[in-house]
Design a protein around this ligand. Structure first.
Ligand code: 13P
Length: 252
């Protein structure tokens, strides 16, 4: 059986004090209501990582960052390397999020480079893909997702694929209140799994967690997660409220 995962992506929200307080309350909740091992991940801004790792040390929740540098170390003012992230105790990093692709011009080549660096630093990667509205409306969504996988991910070795969790996030559903229907999510997740099977074989495809992201909330999570190829979610806005986030984890 493959892993079921709910990961919260806080994006650029919460100052240090608010963030650590929130981590503390989430940690407390999951100590009282233990989830399956490895099934809950918090992806915080960089500044929270070291403090959050201390709070989460004995707990049930994994920690991740939202981005990393495309170089290993050196004179790159303002950047944070994959290894620095790993050194905080974080286990994951999100790479290829649509906000990085569109606002910071990250292309498939750069995303591929970051993914390899992250894996070589011992981080697991939540690898994000998804089409924009115009691409879906012109029926190019499968083509786009295929390109993002082939150019961003499929240079990895089969062993390296063990470090990957895929997140399908249709860009038109992110922060918009629009959600892909459970059938639309299932259709794309199956397509993604079939591509992995073609490239890496059926064992790898069967093991690969594929998360859905985009306006996932307590009211729609259970139905989306019930689809056979949807293995959980990557949650933005609803990950900032304890009641919503924990309800989404319950929906797993
Ligand atoms: P929302 O859940 O706010 O739509 O964001 C989804 C997302 O981008 C998670 O990475």
């Amino acid at each position: 059986m493959r892993k079921k995962i709910v990961a919260g992506n806080w994006k650029m929200n919460m100052d240090l004090e608010e963030g650590l307080k929130f981590v503390g309350s989430i940690d407390k909740y999951f100590k009282e209501n233990p989830p399956e091992k490895g099934s809950v991940i918090l992806c915080t801004p960089f500044i929270h990582l070291a403090g959050a790792a201390q709070i989460l040390k004995q707990g049930k929740i994994s920690l991740g960052a939202q981005n990393c540098a495309s170089e290993a170390s050196g004179a790159y003012t303002g950047e944070v390397s994959a290894w620095m992230i790993r050194s905080t105790g974080a286990e994951y990093v999100i790479i290829g999020h649509s906000e990085r692709r569109s606002y910071y011009n990250e292309d498939d080549k750069l995303i591929n480079k970051k993914t390899l660096l992250a894996i070589n630093s011992g981080l697991k990667v939540i690898f994000c893909i998804g089409e924009v509205l115009a691409e879906r409306e012109s029926d190019k969504h499968f083509l786009i997702v295929r390109r993002q996988l082939e150019e961003g991910l499929f240079t990895l070795s089969p062993e390296q694929m063990d470090m990957i969790v895929i997140a399908y996030e249709p860009v038109w559903a992110i922060g918009t209140g629009l959600t892909a229907s459970p059938d639309q999510a299932q259709e794309m997740h199956k397509y993604i799994r079939d591509l992995i099977k073609e490239k890496y074989g059926s064992d790898c495809a069967k093991k690969m967690p594929i998360l859905y992201g985009g306006s996932c909330k307590p009211s729609n999570a259970a139905e989306i997660f019930s689809k056979p190829d949807v293995d959980g979610g990557l949650i933005g806005g609803a990950a900032l409220k304890k009641e919503d986030f924990t309800a989404i984890v319950e929906a797993l």
